[in-house]
Design a protein around this ligand. Structure first.
Ligand SMILES: Cc1ncc(C[n+]2csc(CCOP(=O)(O)OP(=O)(O)O)c2C)c(N)n1
Length: 588
């Protein structure tokens, strides 16, 4: 085998990527650059032989978020390949969100070799450090160049990465310095591929799945001892941060707990739960506000992180009984009110241990607790009041969208809800119809960035996906249209154009003048939406009434591609409707 740099750069790149394929990674996102050429050419060869799906993306920031969407929906790690310099810095926002949302992404970034570092060489920065605050591992191949990296070093890196992924989800950064030449001649390439054909490709190396068995621990024993299934309790299910492939089992475990206790369930729209779960309470956030936080339970079983709801937070602060918090493979503290005993190895392990330790062999439906029935009835009453109010006229508002879309968007078709107002509105105003499909939202870091690219990533795996987004969140990631074949992805975008960050109108209307809010917070844009859609060849429609929304959904579903449905919100009407509705509910 030749030892030329050219040959070794390509050989090691191909070896590395092929090992990642053996680890089960099938989606690669490739951003442009010349330092990363050996990786790009290797990915191209793997694509040609059908081993990977390869997606091009111009903007590294959008590429990172696109990977986040694919990884979430497919429950498989995704690779993003970039060149050196600020390209790497652009990966940080998605790395932060992937870290907080517990999503696997593997960033492979090309770099200059050590001899060119810290001497003013072009496009040479301290990129190996850029992602370290968000990534669970920041690794490097040989600092003098990939061609100097030995076979055993490559294998060590691979086993480190695969072990870490089994331990806990999150992003990983592998920085790869390359010495020139970066391109490979056709003859050399053929030789490398011949070697691989014989020695590596389709050999399916197995990665030992020694998942750390840690289900039995002191914390778990403590919770199982303290939790009393015969007393009253409340189950609160926050956003689901486990793997999509564990969701079925998660729901089975949740059902067992509910059956054993008869407790009511307050669930977040993105909790991933089944709509058939017993004990589900509609509009529980409004119930808490109405009850002035005087709900009486003996204990709280909290599952996953806290929903973003001030009302819920106040309730949790005021609740003096025990809080048990079950997390999905997340060792970080997830209780901002600092009251819970936290168990990190997931609901399934928790329920298995509970059944075992409490000697429960038969799971029968315990009658719903009286308070459960009371809360369910309360929720139904609020639901009727909201419905009556929302349907009073044909005005389309943010709260009518949150209330009606879960009912009129076809069951089983997924929905992604953007940060800021949409996710908050859906928590308050959508009923349990929202659980008739998987809903996503990315609130790990509560950024409005990456919205379009994440949705496109989810829709590549689960389609047709409806993205419900505010205008600023959508615009912030408009480069998502530069992801490869973006317009052909089966994504329906419900663009809530409330002319800037309407959330700030609601937050500051009592303290600031209209002009101050407009100048300092709203960031109204003067984008011509129709022309923007045209520029990217996206079918577009504008609707002004609730009645037209259903028709627009049908129209969108008749096109197997991305479409934009824009709704124009009259923000003055919207703010008044919201205030009046709350008054109406509290008075009735
Ligand atoms: C990356 C990022 N930048 C800024 C913010 C601050 N921020 C929170 S909400 C918001 C406005 C969002 O507006 P839009 O998407 O139109 O939703 P709306 O609340 O108006 O419906 C902004 C800028 C953030 N959360 N993330």
């Amino acid at each position: 085998m030749t030892s030329s740099i050219e040959f070794q750069n390509f050989f090691r790149s191909f070896q590395l990527l092929n090992l990642f394929v053996d680890m089960g990674i099938s989606h690669f996102i490739l951003c442009p650059g010349s330092r990363s050429a050996p990786l790009a050419i290797a990915a191209g060869e793997l694509f040609k032989i059908g081993k990977i799906k390869l997606i091009n993306s111009l903007d590294e920031r959008s590429a990172g978020f696109h990977a986040l969407g694919i990884s979430t929906a497919s429950a498989s790690n995704v690779i993003v390949i970039t060149t050196s310099g600020t390209a790497v810095a652009n990966l940080l926002p998605s790395a932060v969100e992937a870290d907080r949302s517990c999503i696997n992404i593997l960033y492979l970034t090309a770099d200059r070799p050590l001899r060119l570092k810290d001497c003013g060489a072009n496009q040479t920065v301290n990129q190996e450090e850029f992602l370290s605050s968000a990534c669970k591992l920041s690794l490097s191949t040989n600092l003098n160049g990939l061609h100097k990296t030995s076979d055993s070093e490559i294998k060590n890196l691979i086993s480190l990465i695969s072990r870490e992924n089994l331990l806990r989800p999150g992003p990983i950064h592998l920085n790869i310095p390359f010495e020139k030449p970066l391109l490979i001649s056709n003859n050399n390439k053929k030789e490398v591929l011949k070697i691989f054909d014989k020695e590596y490709v389709n050999k399916n190396i197995s990665f030992s799945a020694n998942e750390i068995k840690n289900e039995s621990c002191e914390i778990l024993d403590k919770i199982i001892k303290q939790i009393n299934l015969d007393l009253s309790g409340l189950i609160i299910v926050g956003p689901y941060r486990g793997s999509t492939k564990d969701l079925l089992e998660f729901n089975m475990s949740l059902e067992i707990i509910q059956k054993l206790t008869g407790w009511p369930v307050f669930a977040d729209p993105v909790s991933g739960i089944n709509s058939s779960l017993r004990g589900l309470v509609d509009h529980w956030e409004i119930i808490i506000s109405r009850s002035k936080i005087s709900l009486n339970f003996d204990q709280l079983l909290r599952i996953g992180p806290m929903s973003s709801s001030n009302v819920l937070e106040e309730f949790l602060v005021s609740f003096d009984g025990p809080h048990f918090l079950i997390k999905e493979k997340d060792s970080r503290d997830l209780d901002p009110v600092k009251k819970a005993i936290e168990y990190q190895f997931g609901l399934n392990k928790f329920v298995n241990q509970l059944l075992d330790k409490k000697d429960i062999t038969q799971i029968t439906n315990k009658t719903l607790m009286p308070i459960t029935n009371e809360l369910i009835d309360n929720g139904k009453r609020i639901k009727k009041l909201i419905k009556k109010y929302v349907l009073i006229n044909d005005h389309i508002t943010e709260l009518s969208i949150a209330n009606l879309v879960p009912e009129i968007w076809p069951k089983n078709n997924p929905i992604m809800i953007s940060a800021s107002s949409p996710i908050r509105d859906w928590l308050t105003f959508s009923g349990k119809e929202v659980f008739s499909r998987r809903c996503f939202s990315f609130r790990g870091a509560s950024g409005i960035d990456g919205t379009l690219s994440i949705a496109q990533g989810i829709a590549r795996i689960m389609d047709p996906l409806l993205l419900v987004t505010g205008d600023l969140s959508f615009l912030h990631d408009i480069n998502g249209w530069l992801n490869q074949d973006a317009k052909d992805i089966n994504l329906k975008i419900l663009l809530i154009d409330n002319h800037g960050g309407n959330i700030f109108n609601r937050l500051y209307k009592n303290n600031l003048t209209k002009l101050e809010i407009e100048n300092l917070f709203l960031m109204k844009s003067s984008v011509n939406w129709k022309k923007l859609a045209e520029a990217h060849e996206i079918p577009y429609t504008n609707i002004f009434s609730l009645e037209k929304l259903k028709e627009a959904f049908q129209w969108s579903l008749s096109i197997q591609k991305s479409v934009i449905i824009r709704v124009d919100i009259n923000t003055n009407y919207e703010i008044k409707q919201r205030e009046d509705l709350f008054k109406y509910i509290f008075d009735n």
